[in-house]
Design a protein around this ligand. Structure first.
Ligand code: FAD
Length: 499
């Protein structure tokens, strides 16, 4: 008999959600996390009395997360104190002027109409389209595998309205936005969100264009930091018998007779298992931990052909006063063409630019407990990338922090630099070292149309028996709700297929 029924590699959201659900099925689950902290990209650390979120800064589209906690016999709301964020987003234009969208769809429509009456009218139409698409996606993609044509047929059978949206998959995020909106300023309030998926608006698949609407359905912040979500999954999972070992790195997946049969740890010890669930980058899993010798040549070629997703730097600031901002999230507004240009003229050649736009997260706007009394936390996601032309991140880091703070102090957040009491930065290279994300790829693999659904590595491995994938590398891709949903999908497949 194997040491465990299931070994989960990686304690990110996908691994924790799968591990907890498999424990609920009565399986003996061991989850191995190489770091001393769980949650991966959705985690929180403490420095100088401030609590900083490692990566993810809010959660939206919470239905898949609610489904997992319900399946575990509890509720998301009982396990995590979610605070609703309102306003939804504040947009800061290069001249320092701002437009802030509240959560209310109607009120946002009125604000858009002030910028452009015709776009204000189109906002309602856009919301109806995006709401319909979101509900169909929640009913299908977030609950079911999409690895084979059979899976796709099952998905369509479950919700035939899915077919209506097929043309949307062939359009880009930008196509969809420009179908509804014409005003340049209005478009500047919706283009940045394409980067949530790691690509510019002209390459992100059309269905993701629902996000400028879906954020109005509700965005939340867990009191105490984003780590409260993985902590809740761990707590409920361990109550159900899941064992979690931190500081335990898996260096090899053992394969005998085409079946995953155990893991080898970095210290050389071996643990046997009936099933392996991987929450790590699929390229690392197949090419390094399993090894090409266990895979058919076309599979090796296929895995190698995946491009890694975008990476970003994060700057974590502790402030001695509240920043001059309007809400939890602000964005330096940019048009779809600005964002496309950033990708082609900066990301691809590796050129950092002083005029970067980016996301500004002010979590203490929502939860004061993250900082000492009267102080504040500010997390910045300026645009950056792994490969830098003629330099490297260890050299650039101090200059990058200083330049970003100085640039923001000019017009976006006046006076910012006078209030910074602590500053840290996780560069793409740091994400690679700390979370073992190759090239700091935050969504593991690129999320263009060629790497979606049937084209993304399958939840149930097609080449190794007893191996399942969760997390950003597999369907439905990166993001808090998607990776938690991937755990649900894998656990359901295992329940059906592995007695
Ligand atoms: C800067 C940033 C901002 C983001 N903002 C948002 C947001 O606001 N909203 C949102 O929805 N999403 C956001 N995301 C995306 C979201 O956080 C991720 O998609 C999601 O958390 C990834 O979960 P995962 O299951 O793929 O695992 P990961 O988070 O990648 O975790 C994998 C875990 O595996 C461990 N591991 C790796 N190799 C090994 C090994 N060999 N042995 C043992 N353990 C190993 C790692 O240490 C890590 O803990 C953001 C991501 C980043 C980086």
């Amino acid at each position: 008999m194997a040491d465990y029924d299931v070994i989960v590699i990686g304690g990110g959201l996908g691994g924790l959600s799968a591990g907890a659900l498999l424990s609920k099925q009565g399986r003996r689950v061991l989850l191995l996390e190489q770091s001393d902290r769980i949650g991966g990209c959705c985690s929180t650390f403490e420095r100088d009395g401030f609590r900083f979120d490692v990566g993810a800064s809010i959660v939206e589209i919470i239905q898949p997360i609610e489904r997992v906690f319900e399946k575990l016999g509890t509720t998301l709301q009982k396990e995590v104190d979610l605070i609703a964020c309102d306003p939804m987003m504040s947009y800061i234009f290069p001249d320092g002027s701002r437009v802030t969208y509240p959560l209310s769809v109607e009120e946002t429509g009125r604000i858009i109409a002030e910028m452009s009456p015709s776009d204000g009218l189109k906002w309602r139409e856009f919301c109806a389209f995006a709401d319909d698409l979101m509900n169909v996606t929640l009913d299908t993609f977030f609950q079911m595998p999409a690895s084979t044509l059979g899976d796709m047929a099952a998905l369509i059978k479950k919700n035939p309205r899915f077919l209506k949206f097929l043309p949307v998959f062939l359009s880009s995020y930008q196509d969809i936005l420009e179908k509804y909106f014409k005003d340049e300023k209005v478009l500047k309030t919706m283009a940045y969100q394409a980067l949530y998926f790691g690509l510019p608006p002209n390459l992100v698949p059309g269905p993701y264009a629902m996000v400028p609407y879906s954020e109005h359905v509700g965005i939340y912040y867990p009191r105490g930091g984003m780590i409260r979500i993985p902590e809740a999954l761990e707590r409920v999972g361990t109550q159900l018998g899941m064992e979690v070992r931190r500081k335990t790195r898996v260096s090899k997946v053992e394969v005998y007779g085409g079946r995953a049969s155990g893991v080898v740890l970095a210290d050389g010890s071996e643990i046997t298992t009936d099933l392996v669930v991987s929450d790590i980058n699929a390229k690392t899993l197949y090419l390094d931990l399993i090894g090409e010798e266990h895979l058919p040549t076309p599979v090796v070629k296929g895995i190698k052909s995946y491009k890694l997703s975008i990476s970003v730097p994060m700057i974590y600031l502790g402030l001695d006063a509240a920043p001059d901002l309007d809400g939890h999230h602000s964005v330096i507004a940019a048009s779809p063409e600005d964002v496309n240009r950033f990708y082609y003229e900066q990301v691809l050649p590796g050129r950092l630019n002083d005029e970067n736009f980016g996301l500004i997260c002010w979590p203490t706007h929502t939860d004061k407990s993250l900082a000492p009394r009267g102080k504040h936390v500010l997390n910045l996601i300026p645009q950056g990338f792994y490969h830098l032309e003629g330099t490297d991140w260890d050299t650039e880091k101090p200059r990058f922090i200083e330049r970003t703070i100085n640039n923001l102090s000019k017009s976006a957040i006046p006076g910012l630099k006078d209030h910074v009491v602590t500053a840290e930065c996780a560069t793409p290279l740091d994400f690679e070292r700390q979370l073992l994300l190759p090239e700091g790829a935050i969504y593991c693999l690129q999320q263009d149309l060629a790497a979606q659904a049937v084209f993304r590595p399958a939840a149930k491995s097609k080449s190794i028996k007893g191996l399942y994938l969760v997390g950003s590398s597999t369907h439905p891709g990166g993001g808090v709700p998607s990776t938690i949903a991937s755990g649900y999908i894998a656990a359901h497949l295992i329940e059906q297929m592995e007695s």
